[in-house]
Design a protein around this ligand. Structure first.
Ligand SMILES: [Zn+2]
Ligand SMILES: [Zn+2]
Length: 210
């Protein structure tokens, strides 16, 4: 079975998450945006083995501690889609824009493509490329557990902002309407910020989707 634990990080309250397979206790750390030391201490309490770091997109608050933690755990950084390469190359610029200490730019060990399957222990996640909030944004869908790691595409009562570099409102709505809202109402998702929701809840009550 898939298990998860939320660990909000940075001043942006970004939902970094630990996801693991409870059969063989292999885990992935998703979107470690900062607060590396606190994450390590919290992760230790779960008795799981981190095998990879997964990134939904190239924004500072989602990727800031990736390099440091990849080195600490000796694991690869996987994702986002290569269309976010310019964002990752300009991490120092993003830091300046938000007035936070500079983080060196880095590239992942593996870019993700639409339709790719990622394994975390015995659990499988299908990669959906959902551009709009950023060009290379991906969401990770665990079909068996009916669970999506959403990043900043769709939130409870909101949608991703599109005013940051590379953002595109039309593309975002296309991703939401053609990829996400085609899925079933009961699917639970974990957004990059704020509380959890379901596809159905947003379909019927998210004012941005009217
Ligand atoms: Zn973002
Ligand atoms: Zn974010």
């Amino acid at each position: 079975m898939m298990r998860y634990h939320l660990m909000p990080v940075t001043a942006f309250n970004q939902n970094c998450s630990l996801i693991w397979c409870d059969q063989i206790k292999e885990a992935a750390l998703v979107d470690p945006g900062g607060d590396a030391r606190r994450l390590c201490l919290e992760i230790e309490t779960f008795n799981v083995t981190i095998t990879k770091i997964l990134l939904t997109h190239g924004h500072l608050d989602h990727v800031g501690a990736s390099k440091e933690l990849a080195q600490y755990y000796g694991v690869p950084i996987i994702g986002p889609h290569s269309a976010d390469q310019p964002l990752l190359e300009n991490l120092p610029g993003q830091c300046k824009m938000f007035g936070v200490p500079i983080i060196d730019s880095f590239l992942p060990d593996h870019w993700l493509d639409n339709g790719e399957i990622i394994k975390v222990g015995m659990e499988s996640y299908l990669v959906l490329h959902c551009p709009g909030h950023s060009p290379g944004h991906v969401v990770l869908w665990n079909k068996t557990s009916r669970f999506i790691i959403m990043g900043d595409v769709l939130f409870r009562n909101a949608i991703g902002r599109t005013d940051l570099p590379g953002g595109n409102a039309q593309m975002l709505m296309h991703s939401i309407n053609n990829l996400l809202l085609r899925l079933a109402d009961d699917i639970v998702f974990l957004p990059g910020h704020g509380p959890m929701s379901t596809i159905g809840r947003e379909r019927y009550s998210n004012l941005f989707l009217r």
